[in-house]
Design a protein around this ligand. Structure first.
Ligand code: SF4
Ligand code: SF4
Length: 543
């Protein structure tokens, strides 16, 4: 961890005064607490990415290949040909500034290079200087510059200060998506081995064992069995989940954060309770995979190719097991990859022939929108069950919770999942309060740790980036006594506990299926004394 200043001190350092002079002349200062450590070479090597070596961003020498400029410029040329969006985004920005104050990293830092327009300009200026006639001839007068080592370092520092959340894109009149520019910037950096370890090692682990943490299949199963024992203690019901079962209707995949880290573990208990209930009441067959044991896709933060490789494991496992379709847990970037990229990167024949357009076997609902991906979000699935009266829910079991809901960026902006989580919340919880309108739904603010930035060493960056979200939570905390933030992303569940402790102490974090697990009533279950965290239920405090 870096030496993180106290919250008041950090807030008082934000300075929105524009610097004097041209932005191209601003010196680059790589500050402790605002960057993630460089990748472990073993992880880079494991997945076959280029130039594995130990290097330190604070050193002058980043140990680049001799022809690094040629590699990057060739990579850029190739991508300008291959991705029409990239080419368009390099050409059409009119620098109107509508996006300038929309990035949480700019709001929380005041650093002008965190304005989306300027973040994109870091790359666009090189595009002009190296690829356009006017830029080649007129240089700075045409907004162009050459790709020098200091420019490359600036790219690395600032493209790893963007959480690819797409909030800026909502406000751009031309539809420019700066997250896409960051994705390209990072992909180019990876061509010469400039990555961060909080991405490279999860990618290597996922490639090797099926999940980011490198947990072996038997340990994955042990963890879930352990949750089942806890559930039995609380409810008297022992779930008996199925693993790697051939012929189950549905393969369930969730981010491994739900299995290995609090408070995601309580969300995981919620899934287990729901599936057990559906098995007993309606004979639903859901199976977990101990091999494709990760929904999240850190390849997305690396390159299109790496994203594709990690995405494929879920579909290969569905094929191996003969599942009709995949149910996905509360994850962020898993859904962005599935909804925004998967079809085009894999082609129409990719989903194997035995997979079917998902149908809820209990309600008969056909999830037409998932016809090509064969994958349904658990909030859609649960909302559908509630709508058809298939769950017996006792909302009062969550009466100790005063909840607000954070629209996780990827499910909200990346797939438009806005109403289903709210529907589930309103059916499982009596006290729900929205944050201010311009901070929710499509305009939601990022947690500050997305896209692989949730590391210990960049805590100052994350606290700055999470300030706008925390500020909105503070508002409902003070106005309505909100004590819990709900979300549907494992990165959120990992980031928010520290972030809220820092800016809004007294607000905890929950996944939505933890609320479902608390509220769901089994026929003949024992009277519960506690919630899934072992805290007394409302009214049971003194017993
Ligand atoms: S809003 Fe769009 S066009 Fe305007 S400066 Fe930002 S990226 Fe450029
Ligand atoms: S994608 Fe998000 S983090 Fe990146 S520049 Fe836009 S608003 Fe900022």
């Amino acid at each position: 961890m870096s030496n993180l200043p106290k919250a008041d001190e950090l807030a008082s350092k934000i300075d929105y005064m524009p610097p004097k002079g041209d932005w191209m002349d601003l010196p680059l200062e790589i500050k402790e607490g605002r960057y993630c450590y460089a990748s472990n070479p073993k992880s880079v090597e494991y997945v076959g990415l280029p130039n594995p070596r130990s290097w330190n961003p604070l050193d002058d020498d980043w140990k680049l290949p001799e022809n690094w400029q040629e590699i990057i410029l060739n990579g850029m040329r190739e991508r300008l040909d291959r991705f029409r969006t990239f080419k368009v985004f390099m050409d059409v920005c009119v620098r109107c500034g509508a996006c300038a104050d929309k990035c949480h990293f700019f709001i929380g830092s005041g650093d002008p290079r965190n304005m989306p327009v300027l973040r994109a300009e870091l790359l666009r200026s090189v595009y002009r200087g190296e690829f356009t006639k006017a830029g080649k001839i007129l240089g700075r007068f045409a907004g162009g510059r050459k790709l020098t080592l200091s420019v490359l370092k600036e790219w690395w520092y600032y493209f790893f200060q963007c959480s690819e959340c797409r909030r800026c894109s909502v406000f751009c009149p031309y539809g420019i998506d700066t997250a896409e520019i960051t994705i390209m910037g990072r992909e180019l950096l990876n061509l010469v081995g400039l990555n961060i370890d909080w991405i490279a090692t999860p990618v290597a682990n996922c490639y090797r064992t099926g999940n980011h943490l490198g947990i072996q299949p038997h340990a994955f199963k042990d963890m879930i069995d352990f949750f089942c024992e806890d559930i039995e203690e609380i409810t008297g019901i022992l779930p008996e989940p199925s693993f790697n079962e051939k012929g189950a209707d549905i393969l369930f995949i969730t981010p491994s954060g739900d299995v290995f880290a609090d408070p995601g573990t309580y969300t995981c208990m919620g899934y287990l309770i729901l599936f057990e209930y559906l098995k007993r009441e309606y004979g639903l067959k859901v199976t977990w995979s101990t091999y494709a044991s990760e929904g999240g896709n850190f390849g997305f933060f690396t390159s299109h190719e790496t994203m594709k490789r990690l995405n494929s494991k879920m579909y290969m496992e569905a094929e191996r097991l003969g599942a009709k379709w995949i149910l996905g847990g509360e994850c962020g970037h898993m859904w962005r990859v599935i909804n925004q990229y998967m079809d085009t990167m894999n082609g129409p024949e990719y989903q194997k022939s035995h997979m079917e357009t998902p149908v809820n076997p209990i309600t008969g609902t056909v999830f037409e929108h998932a016809a090509s991906t064969k994958m349904v979000h658990i909030c859609e699935f649960t909302a559908d069950l509630i709508k058809h009266g298939k769950l017996n829910l006792d909302k009062s079991r969550n009466d100790n919770i005063k909840l607000t809901y954070h629209d996780s960026c990827n499910p909200a902006r990346g797939m438009g999942l806005l109403d289903e989580p709210r529907y589930v919340i309103k059916n499982t919880c009596n006290h729900f309060y929205e944050m201010p309108e311009n901070t929710i739904r499509e305009q939601t603010f990022c947690c500050g740790g997305g896209s692989g930035l949730n590391a210990g060493e960049d805590d100052e960056l994350r606290m700055m980036g999470g300030l706008p979200r925390a500020n909105a939570v503070k508002y409902v905390h003070e106005k309505h006594g909100v004590n819990t933030l709900g979300c549907i992303c494992a990165i959120d569940r990992a980031v928010f506990p520290d972030l809220l402790d820092y800016w809004v102490p007294g607000v905890g974090v929950t996944g939505i299926h933890e609320l479902v697990g608390n509220a769901l009533v089994f026929p003949n279950e024992q009277e519960r004394e506690t919630d899934l965290r072992g805290e007394p239920l409302p009214g049971k405090e003194d017993e």
